[in-house]
Design a protein around this ligand. Structure first.
Ligand code: HGY
Ligand code: MN
Ligand code: MN
Length: 416
């Protein structure tokens, strides 16, 4: 029989989390390093300790809440607590709090785990002022080293090391994998897109997480008077940008079944009504579950951008700020999640994730899976929503999964 979780406690925690970082302009703004993000981390640690779990922080400031088992080897479930600007209440927080509920339920119902079960809250999953997304999971898994980020600051000069230290990170590589005996990770997460809603299904198992490539491109023209400079003598960075964005759209349109892309960050200098723009800085990203497509399209685009720049006499530079390969989820973990969904009488749906997740990095080191919970199809905005019934269903599946997983991973291990 499945242990009975506390629906009331879980929904109350989600409500408490929603109250931290409310943005007067709408939604929740809780980026890594902000006062609100520090507050929710402290709140989470207090909740976990009140639940009887042992808490600790690792070298990257990731939060661990441990339910000790017969052995030190850890199986973890969790997600993140930071948000984008004016984001929703569920992206990240849902998975972290579902994991807390599942582990607490197993503890309270007298389950004696073989492994140490952990709730893992990863630091700074979303892009932030330091232009570093999935910071905690990349540091934890060695995809980024502490030295790689030593000199990185935000635009005001505040260093990411300082932000991590203030978050309680030990900043010691001995507090990262492989020194932590993590044997598996599962990330429950709101789906963020409309597919489950359209299918009329509440839960899905993720098969792979999209690859993501991000380029920061700077177009360098020349500031001059907006009235007196003859049209054909201008080196207008915004006019060049408009053409470059139109080329971006045409390229995406030609590969719609294979990838998607966004120009979501743009800065114009000097950004004044009567000065020809000298500079445009923008970040372009492509996403695809197919690495070959991702590489081919992003490089084709870069060639096009350089040609357009040359034609207009504009300087063009780029910095590759992210090149993250698609990440398949562990097949055995997927199968067990599907069994747990089927045991609730539901169809075990399998979906690719077009959102990035910490699980993409964990999957490169330990068997990793993801459970999707149906959303209203909106995310990274204040309208994001998730049905309480689906949350409870997903949490039941997660709790049953953790118990079976604990026994299954043990069963797979050769005896000695
Ligand atoms: O950007 C992403 O896909 C994730 O939600 N951070
Ligand atoms: Mn997100
Ligand atoms: Mn997320």
């Amino acid at each position: 029989m499945n242990p009975v979780l506390s629906e009331k406690r879980l929904l109350a925690r989600l409500e408490s989390a929603r109250m931290i970082g409310g943005d007067p302009a709408g939604g929740i703004t809780r980026p890594f390093g902000s006062v609100a993000e520090r507050e929710i981390r402290q709140w989470f640690l207090a909740e976990a300790e009140a639940a009887g779990l042992r808490t600790r922080l690792d070298g990257a400031g990731n939060l661990w809440a441990l339910f000790p088992g017969a052995e030190e080897n850890i199986l973890a479930a969790g997600s993140h607590l930071d948000t984008v600007s004016q984001g929703g209440a569920y992206d990240g927080a849902l998975g972290a709090l579902m994991a807390l509920e599942a582990v607490e339920t197993l503890k309270d119902t007298g389950y004696h785990p073989q492994h140490t079960l952990a709730v893992l809250v990863l630091t700074g999953e979303e892009p932030n002022a330091f232009r570093l997304s999935t910071l905690g999971s990349r540091l934890l898994t060695g995809m980024l080293s502490l030295d790689d980020i030593r000199d990185i600051t935000d635009d005001s000069g505040y260093s990411v090391w300082q932000a991590l230290a203030e978050a309680g990170a030990t900043l010691n590589s001995h507090d990262l994998l492989p020194h932590i005996p993590l044997k598996g990770f599962v990330e429950p997460h709101i789906e963020q897109g409309p597919r489950l809603k359209e299918m009329g299904q509440p839960l899905a198992v993720v098969t792979r997480i999209t690859g993501i490539v991000r380029h920061r491109i700077v177009i360098q023209g020349e500031a001059n008077h907006a009235g007196t400079t003859p049209w054909l003598q201008r080196r207008d960075a915004v006019q060049g940008f408009a053409q470059i964005v139109a080329a971006f759209k045409a390229l995406i349109d030609g590969h719609l079944d294979q990838l998607t892309g966004t120009v979501g960050y743009v800065r114009v200098y000097p950004n004044a009504v009567n000065i020809i723009p000298s500079t445009v800085e923008f970040i372009v990203e492509w996403r695809s579950p197919d690495q070959t497509v991702l590489t081919a399209v992003s490089e084709e685009y870069w060639d096009m951008v350089q040609q357009l720049g040359n034609q207009r006499g504009l300087g063009i530079t780029r910095q590759v700020i992210l090149n993250q390969a698609p990440s398949p989820m562990d097949a055995t973990t997927q199968r067990l999640l599907q069994q747990m969904i089927a045991s609730e009488g539901l169809e075990p749906i399998a979906l690719e994730s077009w959102a990035g997740h910490d699980a993409a990095h964990l999957a490169r080191k330990v068997p990793t899976g993801m459970l999707f919970i149906r959303s209203n199809g909106k995310s990274h905005c204040s309208d994001e929503d998730c049905d309480a019934q689906d949350i409870v269903l997903g949490s039941r599946v997660l709790t049953a999964f953790l118990r079976q997983w604990d026994q299954m991973v043990l069963g797979r291990r050769p005896s000695c």
